[in-house]
Write a new protein. Structure first.
Length: 267
């Protein structure tokens, strides 16, 4: 794994949840990791644990990926490293609400972190991999990408961007030896997800995926792109909405989002 995807990997959003699980999985395979996140104490604690458990080198970069210039700074701070694996994980919504119930800056920050910065990460870290003829890029996306839905507008649209970006890069880079995977997640037990539930006053029912299992499965299937749907019986298959009309798919997605709220209201 190290020779195909190392010696360094970057996890954007790598201090907790799925991101830190990716970092542990990469470190266990002998890859040194760069962890990027905003809260420096959480980042440093994650780095210490990875060093202690796996004996690899870990570099931390405290950055807000929704800020202009973040990716240029990340590229500059890692310019001395050979990066063979990029995982762009940061991307969760912090509060589910109707489009007009969030302020414009909140929407724009999410678009910057989930679209502009993802594109920039691929554009800045992809070329050396393509030139070397080896490496991998994982863009973490969501089932919210499959169709629009009430209370999901900007988040779902950004995740659809990530899905299509990953699939397109897979198509372009597959002959150059660089693997690209659009990793579609369902509800997963991460600190962000728990914070969102608390902020919404919600307690979702149903099963949550385990971040460690998500990361292990993805690392085992880096070469099985363009798309990997965690938790699906057919992980390389298409949209779970199948042949539904777009209208019915959007209504089903909207019902799914409001069912979560109703289920918690009853508890
Ligand atoms: N959890 C789920 O149920 C679920 C479901 C479907 C898809 N997903 C997808 O899975 C990915 C991971 O989700 P998650 O639940 O673990 O939450 P997340 O908030 O996207 O990821 C957490 C990590 O990202 C960092 N982060 C978040 N915003 C950042 C920013 N602006 N700049 C730098 N770092 C940032 C966090 O550290 P700091 O807060 O310290 O910055 C933390 O290390 C996301 O792409 C999400 O869309 C998750």
């Amino acid at each position: 794994m190290d020779s195909a995807y190392g010696p360094w990997g970057i996890v954007a959003g790598g201090s907790d949840g799925v991101g830190v699980a990716f970092a542990h999985g990469m470190a266990a395979r002998g890859i040194n990791v760069v962890l990027v996140a905003r809260r420096v104490p959480v980042l440093e604690a994650a780095a210490d644990e990875i060093r202690a458990r796996h004996g690899v080198e870990v570099r931390t970069v405290g950055l807000d990926l929704s800020a202009a210039g973040a990716l240029a700074e990340l590229e500059q701070l890692t310019s001395d490293l050979e990066v063979g694996l990029l995982v762009y994980n940061a991307g969760a919504d912090t509060r589910s609400a109707a489009f007009l119930d969030k302020d414009l800056d909140t929407h724009l920050e999410l678009v910057h972190r989930n679209c502009t910065a993802v594109l920039e990460a691929a554009y800045r870290f992809g070329p050396p991999m393509v030139a070397r003829g080896r490496g991998a890029v994982v863009l973490v996306t969501s089932g919210a990408a499959w169709a629009g839905g009430a209370t999901l507008a900007t988040y779902g649209a950004s995740k659809a961007f990530d899905l299509i970006l990953a699939e397109s890069l897979w198509a372009e880079w597959r002959s150059s030896g660089v693997d690209v995977l659009g990793l579609v997640l369902g509800r997963t037990d991460t600190p962000s997800h728990r914070r969102m539930r608390e902020a919404d006053g919600e307690s979702y029912g149903g099963e949550l995926a385990d971040p460690g299992e998500v990361a292990e499965e993805a690392l085992a299937h880096l070469a099985d792109g363009p798309t990997w749907i965690h938790g699906s019986e057919n992980p390389t298959g298409g949209s779970p909405f199948g042949a539904l009309s777009r209208r019915d798919a959007v209504l089903a997605m909207s019902r799914g989002a409001s069912a979560n709220k109703e289920a918690s209201a009853k508890r």
